[in-house]
Design a binder for this molecule. Structure first.
Ligand code: H79
Length: 472
């Protein structure tokens, strides 16, 4: 490893890999005789078997409904979120002082996975690399990773992958396209300008490096993955007037990266948090801190909803990465409402925890997750395996459906005693019951038998979500 005059550290291993990395690439291109391989669109070139695998995973994903997001990296040492490098304008050499301080001796993947399961979560999406560029696994192409730069020296992703496999939890990797550390991430985008890197670099060389790291993660050592969750595309978005929201200053080579993943792990679902309509090769669409179609954050203005399975992610307090002063915790009730609303919008819910630098998940998070899990034990039937609808979300709540049943989720306290459901004639309801007790709920056809009205007296209401099951 050497430090350049500019203060940017480049590992010898990385430099060596740069020289020789083209060999297997060239060989494989010769072998398949398709030199334009990477430029081909993903669609249409895939074998039907791998498409089928992904279709099955898509169904599984939509049925699963609820996952745990984990933002964990060396930034947790400062307890100020995962954007601290950018926000505090830290240079690369300054930020490189964090890994030697990161020693999560209390990390126990068994506890994390058990917590996710007790919350009723079916998958985990963890940061393999965030925008800071630090690899949370034993990367071979770089030494900027947890095994080589921290006193902990263990591959936390491998430990988690093994535990997930044992417990039947699917694992996704959050991987940042954007990189505040790599010298070849140039031209730089909207963020990371204070890292002290030289104003030169070869963006394609950075992308080769990123693809190599993805190849490490998808190569089999971490088992069969649920998928990849990309973020940071927006750093290079061209926001000049007249440009399409999909225009970028550089070519992200999405096809090449997506093809690589789909070749190595045909079942793996790819999503990208680019805040625009999906690109070819993507398998699900996510919304950050917003229900699909809403734009309370300002990130989602161009996020046209496509045909893909949906997911929305949210934090328990206001931070993704560990934040030692953020105490604005959402209540369990608010979090359950978010989960139920997401299901009503035909979307999954990915709920975040930011573990501490010791490797633990803080009490405030654990309590809430366990309480959500207890609620799901009683009410999960109306969430898991359902799809949103048949009715669009209403002021009073949302609907979900499964196996010919319709679940009305009454979330608002202000809901009147009689809920009128316009245009519900085709639902052909024969029976209405409370999910909690099985007791009958009064209903009648109103408005010339076009509408259904369901009565919901105070005594029948649950404090969090009153669920009425309509059977046909
Ligand atoms: O990983 C978590 C966040 O770190 C990441 N996505 C979630 C899942 C995230 N990155 N950015 N954002 C969330 C919000 C983006 C804010 C931006 Fe900006 C607006 C980036 C560019 C414009 C404000 C101005 C922040 C940087 C410049």
């Amino acid at each position: 490893m050497f430090s350049g005059q500019d203060g940017v550290t480049i590992s010898v291993k990385e430099d060596r890999m740069r020289k020789f990395y083209w060999i297997p690439v060239v060989l494989s291109l010769l072998a398949c005789g398709e030199s334009e391989l990477a430029k081909q669109p993903t669609e249409g070139r895939e074998n039907p078997q791998s498409k089928q695998l992904r279709a099955e995973m898509s169904q599984w994903f939509q049925d699963a409904k609820f996952g745990m997001f984990i933002h964990w990296g060396v930034y947790s040492v400062l307890g100020d979120g995962e954007w601290v490098m950018h926000q505090k304008q830290m240079t690369v050499p300054e930020y490189e002082k964090l890994p030697p301080q990161f020693n999560p001796t209390e990390y126990d993947p068994q506890e994390w996975v058990a917590l996710a399961k007790s919350a009723g979560m079916k998958y985990i999406t963890i940061t393999s690399k965030h925008h800071d560029g630090f690899a949370m696994w034993d990367s071979q192409i770089s030494d900027y990773d947890i095994v080589e730069r921290t006193p902990y020296r263990k591959d936390v992703l491998k430990m988690l992958a093994d535990e997930c496999a044992k417990e039947g939890i699917k694992l996704f990797f959050y991987h940042s396209h954007l990189d505040w550390h790599h010298p070849d991430y140039f031209p730089r985008g909207r963020t990371g300008q204070h890292s002290g890197r030289p104003d030169e670099g070869d963006f394609n060389r950075y992308l080769d490096y990123m693809d190599s790291q993805i190849e490490e993660l998808a190569g089999g050592g971490y088992g069969e993955l649920g998928g990849f969750w990309f973020d940071g595309w927006w750093d290079q978005q061209n926001r000049e007037e007249g440009q399409s929201p999909k225009a970028t200053h550089i070519d992200w080579r999405l096809n090449r990266t997506y093809d690589l993943i789909h070749r190595l792990q045909p079942q793996a679902l790819i999503g990208n948090n680019h805040h625009v309509a999906p690109f070819p090769g993507e398998d699900f669409q996510m919304f950050e801190k917003d229900l699909p179609g809403q734009n309370t954050t300002g990130f989602s203005a161009d996020a046209t909803i496509g045909q893909l399975p949906l997911e929305t992610c949210e934090t328990i307090n206001k931070s993704w990465g560990f934040n030692k002063t953020d105490e604005s915790f959402k209540s369990t009730e608010e979090l359950i409402h978010y989960l139920v609303r997401a299901a009503g919008y035909n979307s999954n819910f990915l709920l975040n925890v930011g573990p501490t630098p010791q490797g633990t998940i803080q009490e405030e998070f654990r309590v809430r997750l366990t309480e959500i899990g207890e609620w799901l034990v009683r009410n999960g039937e109306s969430i898991y395996g359902t799809r949103g609808g048949p009715m669009d979300p209403q002021d009073w709540g949302v609907t979900t459906q499964k196996d010919g049943l319709i679940y009305l989720h009454v979330l608002s306290e202000d809901t009147p005693e009689v809920i009128v459901i316009p245009g519900s004639k085709s639902w052909d309801v024969k029976r209405a019951t409370l999910l909690s007790s099985g007791e009958e709920v009064g209903f009648r056809k109103a408005g010339g038998a076009e509408d259904l009205s369901v009565s919901l007296p105070e005594k029948d209401r649950s404090p969090v979500d009153t669920i009425i099951v309509l059977a046909r």
